[in-house]
Design a protein around this ligand. Structure first.
Ligand SMILES: Nc1ncnc2c1ncn2[C@@H]1O[C@H](COP(=O)(O)OP(=O)(O)OP(=O)(O)O)[C@@H](O)[C@H]1O
Length: 282
């Protein structure tokens, strides 16, 4: 994070897609039931450090999938595999298959910028740009050269982000003048304005107070009606409250268990997961 509200390089790369869309191959949709993302033996190294080992999971459509686990176990690294943000880290190397609707996002013919248009991202710290609320929402559309009725898209995106009623009379005021929770909902509106299929959220409520956190949690559940949401959280209660599936990563970059959230929290297969969930370690 830069410490200012200017977009960081990574954030700009996510936001500033200048391509027209996907290659024909990438657009092809397989009939993979309702699995949107499938990870098959994903391994990630940072230099010589093996950060993720043989991660395999299937993420279903229109659901919330939570990634939990102790600090440094690779949750954010896995999230960044989905939209190839790890490409932006010089020392990072990814091996394995990760498919979005049946197409491996690591194939040579996949344009990472076009991929990031389908897979939006919301970061831990709310990062509205130093622009008006309106201009924040349309930022990605303008940069990507997407035409449309911007007034309508702004209204719809802000409504979907549960922010419209609070800002409809001040759309041309700075996004930086909003509260932290409102800023995060503005960032969510910005991420959905370009109509992605998947929303990645890296601890989106961890910088917020309890009221704002609860609003974001409600919103995440609502968003899953239209989007496939993958969320990293340190907060186990939050994962239990809002997710349909939970992936438990443990030290060493290992995915120890992936299952329905209720099963993970009530009757996990793994003793290590049970110990983690009951607070015996981590
Ligand atoms: N840019 C990077 N360069 C080198 N090593 C990195 C980089 N990013 C992450 N790592 C290392 O990869 C491992 C996994 O980190 P990651 O941030 O994915 O874990 P995490 O589970 O999301 O942690 P946290 O909960 O603390 O955010 C850690 O050992 C971390 O130090």
């Amino acid at each position: 994070m830069t410490g200012t509200n200017d977009p960081t390089n990574d954030e700009m790369l996510v936001e500033t897609d200048v391509s027209d869309g996907l290659s024909a191959a990438e657009s092809s949709v397989t009939d993979d039931a309702d699995i949107v993302i499938e990870s098959e033996d994903i391994n990630v190294w940072y230099g010589d450090d093996h950060a993720l080992t043989d991660i395999s999971m299937e993420i279903p459509e229109n659901s919330v999938t939570a990634m939990i686990g102790p600090s440094g176990c690779g949750k954010s690294t896995f999230l960044r595999c989905i939209n190839r943000m790890n490409d932006l880290i010089d020392v990072a190397r990814v091996e394995g298959n990760l498919t979005l609707r049946g197409k491996n996002v690591y194939d040579d013919d996949v344009d990472p910028v076009a991929l990031r248009r389908r897979v939006g991202m919301v970061f831990q710290k709310p990062n509205p740009f130093p622009k008006s609320i309106y201009d924040n929402v349309v930022y990605g559309l303008k940069i990507q050269g997407i035409d449309g009725d911007y007034d309508q898209i702004v209204e719809e995106s802000l409504k979907r982000a549960a922010l419209w009623d609070e800002v409809k009379d001040r759309l041309h005021e700075s996004g930086l003048d909003l509260s932290g929770g409102q800023q995060q909902r503005l960032c969510i509106a910005r991420a959905i304005a370009t109509d992605p299929e998947v929303l990645l959220m890296d601890e989106p409520a961890s910088a917020l107070d309890p009221v704002a956190t609860s609003q974001i949690e409600d919103l995440v559940e609502e968003l899953a009606e239209d989007y496939t949401v993958v969320i990293v959280t340190h907060n186990m209660q939050q994962a239990a409250r809002i997710s349909d599936k939970t992936a438990v990563f443990l030290t060493g970059g290992e995915l120890v268990e992936f299952d329905d959230t209720q099963k993970i929290f009530e009757n996990p297969e793994s003793q290590r997961v049970e110990d983690y969930i009951t607070g015996k370690f981590g």
